[in-house]
Write a protein that binds this ligand. Sequence first.
Ligand SMILES: Nc1ncnc2c1ncn2[C@@H]1O[C@H](COP(=O)(O)OP(=O)(O)OP(=O)(O)O)[C@@H](O)[C@H]1O
Length: 616
Amino acid sequence: MTAKPHFPTIQPWLADSWQRSIGAGLSEFHAADDLRLSHADLKHKHEQYQQLIELVQSHALPLFNQLMAQSNSRLLLSDADGYVLKHWGVSRYSSKLADVALDIGVNWLEQYKGTNAIGTALMAKQAVSVVGEQHFIRQNRFMSCTACPIFSPQGEMLGVLDITSEQQRHSQQTLMLVSSLAQQVETALLCHLPDSHYRIDLAAEPSLLSSGWQGIVIADSEGRIVGCNPMAKQLLSQAKLGDSLELHLGDSWTRAGGFHRDLALHLHTQALGVTQTKSAKTIQDKPQSQLGVRFRDPLLERAWQQANKVITKQIPLLVLGETGVGKEQFVKKLHAQSSRRAQPLVAVNCAALPAELVESELFGYQAGAFTGANRSGFIGKIRQAHGGFLFLDEIGEMPQAAQSRLLRVLQEREVVPVGSNQSVKVDIQIIAATHMDLESLVAQGLFRQDLFYRLNGLQVRLPALRERQDIERIIHKLHRRHRSGPQTLCTELLGQLMRYDWPGNLRELDNLMQVACLMAEDDEVLARAHLPEHLAKKLVNKPLAVYERQHVENPQNPRDKDDIGRHSADSLHGAINQNVLQAYRACEGNVSQCAKRLGISRNALYRKLKQLGIKD
Ligand SMILES: Nc1ncnc2c1ncn2[C@@H]1O[C@H](COP(=O)(O)OP(=O)(O)OP(=O)(O)O)[C@@H](O)[C@H]1O
């Protein structure tokens, strides 16, 4: 049995990480197979992360070199999936690092490498030091590593910066150094937002203005906030993206050095160089590689590819699909990989807006426009989305009065706030979504036809869960998300889940899996018996779903429908075996890669291969 490290007191985060390593089926005595990117995939990753790599080189590497040049350490950058993208710094022990594959293109997630600074920082979403013996795999215990995640201005984790040294104990200073390097990169990302024209540093004392502890706000050429660091959010707690700086700082921000009396804050404003903004824009405008997102279902993949083509062209996108198919998640992914990803994604749930507030919420209002309005006015959701995406969810339920004004915004690309007669130009990418049949609403006179045509630039329909060819993978994914340990899923339950028709789609499956995993607690296998009765009942006598259409019905061998139920269990086993074999061959016998591809644990794959007589 694998032993825990013998420290007098083991910190909870480390115990959790070792537990996860054991749960992933790793052994401290054997290094697992490496998951390594192919040359082509690594090239794509480098293109995708070009900006981040450049910012690490220009904003983190100089300080690392200055402080650590003599220390025989290496600085590494990984992406959020745990792949090492680059490393810098000389190391006398590079052959030892190569032995443990701390190398470009190799994945250092905990599930492959056990407790280690990169994987554990990604998991914990915070800076960690993993020193010598704290590494789960013995072979890695000659190193000390300290890593800190890097977050985008939108709070998305982009990757991890790591300092690795041989043997020497990493101190609290190393932790502070890595955190500070990550912070430098985050600030640089902020200053490289498109439309960043001004940088305003804020602090309670003038000496703190350049201390690294100051608040930083980035504003566009009109003085509207386009980004801020966590300290600025704390200092200006009321400020939101899109707000005019004047609203929060009066005119004190327009001077190079100022003091805001009410807030008791010292300010330092600088114009960001045009060259900097331009070059940053070139990097930002490059569409992030769409290889980052791939759907295994052809209908969904097609919708994804089509949607990606229109979203930068200001052509409205209409996303259709039954409730719970993941329309909102789809839009979030579109935004995250678009050239507008550094700008806001503002979502409006049209069904939840009270009819009388629709206009002021969307279009904003002037100070004192109506009784009860905020004293300082409100910019409105549409202007908040300026430069980014406006996501109109449940558009079929938008009140009719607001429909005509929205139509005007779409036609003119400008907004007139309530109580004002001044129009304001907006640059927004519109995405609307609904589970309703908009054309039939139009036919019934419940939805404006001209608005429908305006929104319907490109229409994509997301498939229902029962139609998806990757349903098996999704079931495994959600099981992994909710299980509490290294539990497997019983084949019979898997078959039943695949045959169910899922009217509530991903939302329903997600809820069911969550409840089932709670009921199963630490049991080794999740089975139908773990489902509460009302959920178990749902799964029987349901029409056959996509699984049988894909794997059981053979066009060359048309079968009587009644036969399907009788044969489905056998066919299910057969098809699963076939899938495993195909994947194993495609991965040329690499167990880690194959397990990842199938969405199952390495242990589960070993068991399956053993059953199939491929492994002893
Ligand atoms: N790719 C996914 N993998 C796993 N679960 C998902 C995925 N996408 C969505 N879900 C689950 O389904 C739920 C519903 O997703 P989402 O809100 O995006 O659907 P929707 O189509 O917008 O729903 P509605 O039409 O009801 O607004 C999410 O809360 C999440 O639990």
